[in-house]
Design a protein around this ligand. Structure first.
Ligand SMILES: NC(=O)C1=CN([C@@H]2O[C@H](COP(=O)(O)OP(=O)(O)OC[C@H]3O[C@@H](n4cnc5c(N)ncnc54)[C@H](O)[C@@H]3O)[C@@H](O)[C@H]2O)C=CC1
Length: 372
């Protein structure tokens, strides 16, 4: 692993060039794979390198790495990725790394990379082949409801064309008809429902192609494509642990799903506390719905937190992580965090300092996977 890490450290500062070189090699020598990628490659570029870094770092936690790679392998079916595509990708990757790792590259490093790539691709291929036995590579979902909740947030409900399985707290990737092969991740905003409908909260972000199309253009009747459910921010309600939830902005979506699931399981003597942060009161678009649930279920508490305005009645003020740090104790809690990556990171820091063990803190950093 040392050889992998050392070469990555050299390539990281020139990651843009290394990745561009990788794609140039790939498309030159294997033009047949070009159609699997979006027309514009800008976001795709740093995705690949980030995924590699994550895999290299993840080797310290092989169980989590295997889970994540399995999800990646299943998810890649939606691009039309075939088993035969993996070897040429590995070959071009090694060549690109060799070129940019400079003096850090030698025969042993190359061997280490080939081994790691074989391991990664084998896990992905096996997961994809297993999924192919039971589920389609992607689902079509017809938009059946499109509600604007704020100037730039829409709540979108779709009806998948085939049964779709997921758990509260998870997310999936979505592709719109307007930006082919550009996929973005969105969390499911409700627990699985008997009618099989799926709901997402989407905020149009500056220069976000997919999010702007979903908020400003999508309408009932439009058909989206969905990848399989992924993500580890799920809760075992049967264990009955007290829950602490930190949700920032549209990060409320998976928290709302988890709260609904908790309602289905019943209180069972445990408590669920939700800190829901936004910049202004108008952006707390799920607050009324959550307050209704809290009024019916005494084990549920919802605390709105505003970071962009002065004190207001019934509302806490400040950045969400710091506000959570002022409350507590949180030692016995299971914690879930969802929102902007900076919020999630700072939130994790606050919770660790408050004595919550790392293994009881769950998040997926969806924002990091998928801006736009
Ligand atoms: N499963 C997940 O992790 C999900 C993540 N998201 C992500 O959540 C984000 C939501 O964005 P917006 O609605 O625009 O939220 P936002 O940028 O308006 O932030 C919401 C709240 O988060 C906190 N916050 C924001 N930046 C912070 C920082 N640097 N340090 C500490 N606290 C901070 C503040 O309390 C703020 O009021 C997106 O990045 C989206 O991708 C959305 C849904 C699910």
């Amino acid at each position: 692993m040392e050889l992998i890490r050392a070469s990555l450290a050299v390539v990281e500062p020139v990651a843009d060039r290394a990745t561009a070189h990788f794609y140039a090699l790939l498309f030159l020598h294997h033009p047949e794979v070009r159609s699997l990628f979006p027309a514009a490659m800008d976001v795709q570029r740093d995705r690949l390198f980030r995924a590699l870094l994550a895999a290299a770092r993840g080797a310290e936690d092989p169980v989590a790495l295997r889970t994540r790679l399995g999800e990646l392998g299943r998810g890649h079916r939606r691009y039309g990725t075939l088993t035969g595509h993996y070897p040429p990708v590995g070959e071009c990757l090694v060549q690109a790394l060799a070129r940019y790792a400079g003096a850090r590259w030698d025969a042993d490093t190359e061997l280490a990379w080939r081994r790691v790539y074989r391991l990664i691709s084998t896990i992905m291929i096996e997961a994809a082949e297993e999924a192919a036995r039971t589920s389609p590579p992607w689902w079509q979902g017809e938009v059946v409801r499109h509600e604007r909740r704020t100037r730039d947030v829409a709540v979108i409900t779709v009806r998948p064309d085939q049964a779709y399985r997921y758990r509260a707290g998870q997310y999936c990737s979505l592709e719109t008809p307007w930006w082919p092969r550009v996929w973005r991740h969105y969390s499911f905003a409700t627990a699985p429902r008997p009618d099989g409908l799926l709901t997402f909260h989407v905020k149009a972000v500056p220069a976000g192609w997919v999010s702007n199309a979903l908020v400003h253009r999508a309408a009932p009747g439009d058909v989206l494509r969905l990848g399989p459910a992924a993500g580890a921010m799920t809760v075992d309600h049967a264990l009955g642990a007290d829950l602490l939830c930190l949700a920032g902005g549209t990060g409320i979506a998976p928290i709302r799903a988890l709260v609904e699931e908790a309602v289905e399981y019943g209180g069972r003597g445990r408590s669920v506390e939700v800190f829901y942060g936004a910049r202004g009161a108008a952006e707390l678009y799920e607050l009324d719905g959550l307050r209704e649930l809290a009024a019916r279920h005494p084990w549920l508490a919802v605390r709105p937190v505003l970071s962009g305005s002065g004190p207001a009645e019934g509302v806490l003020t400040g950045e969400l992580p710091e506000v959570v740090g002022r409350f507590g104790p949180w030692t016995g809690r299971e914690a879930v965090l969802s929102g902007p990556p900076a919020m999630v990171r700072r939130g994790v820091g606050v919770l660790l300092r408050a004595g919550v063990p790392a293994e009881r803190i769950r998040h997926d950093l969806v924002g990091e996977l998928a801006a736009g």
